[in-house]
Design a binder for this molecule. Structure first.
Ligand code: IPM
Ligand code: MG
Length: 355
């Protein structure tokens, strides 16, 4: 029997509650599959800083690299906002991504029919939306040099090398091949040299995928088109900061940021996490929506462990819970038959899998 070693990084705020529910669901799916999981917890974020003085202890990296995949909750909170930048939880997360080499961040935005009224956009605009933002994650302005800060000046640099663009472009085209075979590359090539290199390089890589239709869009227009007509998109390929912004925007098409998962993959290992943050304001109350994390566990099975059937089982169970009218508090006003807690939602989804 296959045994997968999973690193659990629960993190801060609602992180522990939502990761616990994803584990419940993973165990349910393992109980009716030919594999099992073992888990090891590792620290990252504000909690890691509080205990070890470092938001990313070295041990966390070695535990992660020694496992088959990382399931991660969320980090951060006001409590740590005043720390020097390199001690902040966010810096731990950025270093973690870099150390693990997870250069491709996959962020699907799917509108569930059951929740179509939860979107702030009209149902007629968002019905059937199913897109994937492929965001470059360990380059661009987040990491470029030089960067710095004096009393009255601050600067960062957006840098991409050809190789960095080539590898993320391949990811996007490969994913498009499993979907509707359309890639829209998003840049700011009308202004930025780095974006012109991006565009030229994506055009070159596209030659290896003749079946995929490639288009280009400036990021400002893309932000507008996402709201105007989101169904035009299949895969949106973009750099680090544009992808950060566009994926938050895309998440709102679905109505709740509590629903959407993400995968960060590279040559070595993948990190699977909800796209939302640690929501310290609701932590510990049992009202957080665990679905984004449970869906991230499904992405872990699909993209990291190649257990497609098991991933499908989780996705089907999530849809079933929603179509039966189970809602956590964030979605209580949208056709709820029953409002449930974080852990009830986890159990409902787990039970649909086992049955
Ligand atoms: C995200 C977050 C992070 C990012 C922060 C917390 C560093 O916004 O994962 O989208 O900007 O990448
Ligand atoms: Mg973000």
């Amino acid at each position: 029997m296959k045994k997968y070693k999973i690193t659990l990084i629960k993190g801060d705020g609602i992180g522990p509650e939502i990761v616990d529910e994803a584990v419940k669901v993973l165990d349910a799916v393992a109980s009716c599959s030919d594999f099992s999981f073992s888990y090891e917890e590792a620290l990252m974020g504000g909690c890691a800083y509080d205990i070890t003085g470092d938001p990313l202890p070295k041990e966390t990296i070695s535990i992660a690299l020694n496992s088959d995949a990382v399931l991660f909750g969320a980090i951060g909170g006001e409590k740590w906002d005043a720390l020097p930048r390199e001690m902040r939880p966010e810096s731990g997360l950025l270093r973690f991504r870099k150390e693990l080499g997870v250069y491709a961040n996959l962020r699907p935005a799917v509108v569930y029919d059951e929740l179509i009224n939860a979107s702030s956009l009209k149902a007629s605009v968002v019905k059937g939306v199913d897109l994937m933002v492929v965001r470059e994650l360990i380059g661009g302005i987040y990491f470029g040099e030089p960067k710095g800060r004096t009393a009255d000046k601050g600067w960062n640099t957006m840098v991409y090398t050809r190789d960095e663009i080539v590898r993320i472009a391949h990811q996007a085209f490969k994913i498009a091949m499993q979907r509707s075979k359309r890639v829209c590359s998003v840049d700011k090539a009308n202004v930025l040299d780095v974006s012109q290199l991006w565009r030229d390089t994506v055009i070159e890589v596209a030659k290896e995928y003749p079946e995929v239709e490639l288009s280009h869009m400036y990021v400002d227009n893309a932000a507008m088109q996402l709201i105007r007509d989101p169904r035009q998109f299949d895969v949106m390929l973009t750099g680090n900061i544009f992808g950060d912004i566009l994926s938050d925007e895309a998440s709102m098409l679905s109505g709740s940021i509590g629903l959407l998962p993400s995968a960060s993959v590279g040559a070595k290992i993948g990190v699977y996490e909800p796209i939302h943050g640690s929501a310290p304001d609701i932590a510990g109350q049992g009202i957080a929506n665990p679905i984004a994390t449970i869906a991230s566990a499904s992405m872990m099975l699909r993209y990291g462990l190649d257990e497609i059937e098991a991933a499908d089982k989780i996705d089907t169970a999530i849809k079933k819970a929603l179509s039966e009218g189970y809602r956590t508090q964030d979605l209580a006003q949208f056709d709820a038959k029953e409002v449930c807690s974080t852990s009830e939602m986890g159990s409902i989804i787990a039970n649909y899998i086992v049955r």
